[in-house]
Design a binder for this molecule. Structure first.
Ligand code: GRF
Length: 219
């Protein structure tokens, strides 16, 4: 059984999708803990409702980023996670933290990296006038929204799109690719070669993983 720790700050829809996928597919993956840096994150309720241990580590109670990250790392290690999943965890992590969890830390970013790093990615996409947009699952390195790419999903951008409509289209794909990519990494189907990820095609358990997913309107 592979162990996950999931870090959240808010809504928790990716957490919910992950828990649903683990159950549906019967993957040998358990979520050991869900940790939030915000005491009122709605995602905590999603975890509690499924009987998963939750913890809060309020970043406002720490003098600086370094102290918070050190406490977070310590807390995480008590759960011995095979993988730490960032699911809407809205904090920059120190280089020290990223190095400590090297190849054990995964994130989903709502753009086709390396385009549109940082915040307000959907607005950035609309401003740039791109025709396609999407999301990226990647291992986390000390550089923001960087790191080896596990999977991407592509959605169309419509001429009359609003940020909300585009965000919803991308989020739906996030919910599909994030659980699959996590399972594929944990099964050993995906592995590092140099500084990139390779897909070996199969792993210790089946994942139905696809490295590139297209929105139905693009297929
Ligand atoms: C998602 O859009 C994710 O890509 C980004 O933060 C958002 C989290 O949403 N990193 P949720 O909390 O999973 O609903």
């Amino acid at each position: 059984m592979k162990r996950l720790a999931v870090l959240i700050s808010g809504r928790g829809s990716n957490l919910d999708a992950l828990l649903g996928a683990i159950q549906r597919h019967g993957w040998p993956i358990s979520v050991a803990a869900v940790i939030s840096n915000r005491p009122n994150a709605p995602g905590l309720e999603i975890a509690r409702a499924k009987g998963i241990a939750t913890e809060v580590l309020d970043h406002t109670q720490f003098p600086d980023r370094k102290a918070f990250d050190a406490a977070l790392a310590q807390k995480l290690e008590t759960h011995s996670p095979d993988l730490v999943v960032l699911a809407g965890f809205m904090r920059l992590l120190t280089a020290e933290f990223c190095v400590r969890f090297r190849n054990r830390l995964v994130n989903i970013h709502p753009s086709l990296l390396p385009a549109f790093k940082g915040l307000e990615t959907h607005q950035q996409a609309l401003d740039a006038g791109v025709r396609v947009h999407g999301c990226t699952v990647h291992l986390v390195t000390a550089e923001l929204d960087h790191g080896p790419i596990l999977a991407q999903a592509v959605v169309p951008v419509h001429p009359d799109d609003t940020v909300e409509a585009l965000a919803a289209r991308v989020l739906k794909m996030e919910h599909e690719i994030y659980p699959m990519a996590i399972a594929a990494w944990l099964s050993g189907q995906l592995m590092m070669r140099g500084d990139r990820i390779i897909n070996r095609g199969e792993g210790a358990f089946p994942t139905q993983f696809m490295p590139c997913r297209l929105h139905p309107d693009l297929a």
